[in-house]
Ligand binder design. Structure first.
Ligand code: AMP
Length: 199
């Protein structure tokens, strides 16, 4: 299995770049945010719990997210060549749980692609996304909380993965294609895989 973590602040372009990575490398996409939004839309028990946290810009408790990921790895992604984790892990306990889960399945995180974008640009992108898509947590109050949560709980993972030796920093400002090209070069170097086509 080839496992790529797409890491970065909210608004850094994880969703956009994930779509290209899965297309070009044939991997399975897991976006915890998207899975949670689907649960909210369907009105499931998890959705009802998740909505309370998401609307405030807070993180869903680790146990819930870790169970959800284990389920996806063992069911939906079982036959996949590999997985792109988008928006997970977001805390040190989640990163440790992922490491253990993959070790138990004879695998590891091959590369952590860190999309690095200045904060002013993040806010502008999320405000625009909110206008275009109507996404409920893309409003200025919730955005501020999400960035604070990112700084306190998620940003420390950068150091965690630098120590693990698999952190790949990528400049997340620029055109979607330029950014993807840098990501794809890094993934190719880390995994020995090649993208399907060069534009
Ligand atoms: P995203 O679509 O990745 O920006 O996630 C939207 C929201 O879903 C976040 O602000 C969190 O409230 C929640 N969420 C998504 N992924 C996680 C995670 N790995 N851990 C905890 N909460 C999460």
């Amino acid at each position: 299995m080839i496992n790529i973590v797409l890491f970065g602040a909210p608004g850094s372009g994880k969703g956009t770049q994930s779509a290209r990575i899965i297309d070009q490398f044939g991997l399975y996409h897991i976006s915890t945010g998207e899975v949670l939004r689907e649960h909210i839309a369907r009105g499931t028990e998890l959705g009802l719990t998740a909505e309370k946290y998401i609307s405030k810009g807070h993180l869903i408790p680790d146990e819930l997210i870790i169970d959800l990921i284990a389920d996806v790895i063992d069911n939906d992604a079982r036959e996949a060549k590999g997985v792109v984790f988008d928006g997970f892990p977001r805390t040190i306990p989640q990163a440790e749980a992922l490491k253990k889960m993959l070790e138990e399945r004879g695998s590891k995180v091959h590369s952590v692609v860190g999309l690095e974008v200045p904060e002013e640009e993040l806010v502008e992108r999320m405000i625009n996304r909110g206008k275009e898509t109507g996404r409920a947590d893309d409003n200025i109050e919730t955005i501020k909380n999400r960035l604070e949560v990112y700084r306190n709980q998620t940003h420390p993972l950068r150091e965690f993965y630098i120590n693990e030796g698999n952190y790949l920093p990528v400049n997340g400002s620029g055109t979607v294609e330029e950014i993807f090209d840098n990501i794809a070069n890094g993934i190719e170097a880390a995994t020995g895989e090649t993208r399907r086509s060069r534009r």
